[in-house]
Design a protein around this ligand. Structure first.
Ligand code: NAP
Length: 328
């Protein structure tokens, strides 16, 4: 049998990809084979599709850090043909062939059953970005964030940001969305933002170690000077969940917010989350999800279009979540 994939190859220093028909014998040696129905496009996929950051070491390679579909064969007792499963993280799509493919072979330990409340498409509309947003929200709540507190979300129009607005809004938090595209304000309010601010307010290096207290919590997809700035504006005992680096991977700050306001800087890693954490986070997502709002932040694209969308996501020009239909 054969399957269809977006296969990435390298020549000299450039990577290039194309839709390719491959024989099943090329699949990696996992213990569960899936018919992949949907994947999604995350910022990291954009980097991989453009060969940025040396995330992939072996070519040819099938990218796609997310996948959801139906089990075809399994030698693991936990899974049987017909089961609906999803996979995010574990460096799949980086060091293992990923979800931009109509078939995948993976390790059973990496799989999560798709919650019964969700379709496989909805699971990928959430995907790594939405999973990360919910991980961040859970971490902030565990550190004292309660409904009604001002919660800042940076990178608001993107995958992590828009998912964070959706989940935090549904949980009753007072969400303040920071965006470089104020023209998206109505959509961000529709998802659950109570206020929208221009990201220029937060993007400069802070001029003092402490500024006026504004935020009880922050879900930050931007990093760099924005994260440094936000730390100086945190309320006493407030927490920042650091998720991303689209504004830079450096962090020039002082220890003053930690010492004088007891601010917490919480690291969020979705890739190596434990099976127990995954089950808890997906359970919370399924419990709160509003299908209409999820649909509003989702764009579906065919597999053949992922390369074009990679340019857009790296340029900060996509909105919400991009679901990849692996059957087209
Ligand atoms: N820790 C983890 O496990 C984990 C998981 C998933 C993602 N991430 C990281 O989280 C970040 C966001 O991922 P994503 O999938 O949400 O990406 P995305 O869809 O591209 O969203 C990023 C958003 O940030 C804003 N932005 C873009 N460039 C910016 C800049 N130079 N300065 C300030 N804001 C900028 C844009 O929103 P506006 O136009 O509204 O400002 C953009 O839509 C990435 O760094 C990704 O690697 C980490």
């Amino acid at each position: 049998m054969t399957f269809t994939a977006f296969l990435l190859d390298q020549s000299e220093d450039a990577v290039h990809g194309a839709i390719t028909e491959l024989d099943d014998s090329r699949l990696p040696d996992g213990n569960v084979t899936l018919r992949v129905q949907y994947s999604s496009l995350n910022y990291k996929d954009g980097m991989i599709l453009k060969g940025i950051g040396r995330l992939v070491r072996n070519y040819p390679h099938i990218p796609g850090v997310d996948m959801a579909g139906v089990v075809e064969t399994s030698t693991d007792a936990r899974y049987s043909p017909g089961d609906r499963v999803l996979l995010t993280g574990w460096r799949v799509g980086e060091s293992w062939w990923g979800g931009f493919s109509s078939r995948a072979c993976v390790k059973a330990d990496w799989l999560v059953e798709v919650p019964p409340e969700l379709t496989t498409k909805q699971a990928m509309a959430v995907g790594t970005a939405g999973f990360t947003a919910m991980q961040a929200l859970v971490a902030l709540e565990a550190h004292g964030l309660v409904a009604g507190d001002p919660l800042l979300v940076t990178g608001a129009s993107g995958g992590v940001g828009s998912s964070a607005i959706l989940f935090a809004g549904l949980a009753g938090h007072h969400v303040v969305a920071s965006t470089g595209r104020m023209e998206n304000s109505a959509e961000l309010e529709g998802l659950g933002a109570a206020e929208v601010i221009d990201r220029a307010e937060l993007s400069q290096k802070p001029t003092r170690p402490l500024l006026s207290e504004r935020w009880a919590g922050c879900i930050d997809a931007v990093g760099g000077d924005t994260l440094a700035h936000v730390l100086t504006e945190m309320q006493s005992r407030g927490s920042v969940a650091a998720c991303g680096l689209v504004g830079g991977n450096g962090l020039e700050t002082t220890v003053i917010p930690f010492l004088l306001r007891g601010v917490n800087l919480l690291g969020i890693d979705s890739v190596m989350a434990s099976a127990a954490e995954r089950a808890a986070v997906w359970g919370r997502i399924a419990a709160v999800l509003d299908p209409e709002k999820l649909e509003a932040l989702t764009t579906e694209v065919p597999l053949a279009d992922v390369a074009g969308y990679a340019d857009l996501i790296l340029a900060g020009k996509t909105k919400g979540r991009i679901v990849v239909n692996c059957a087209t």
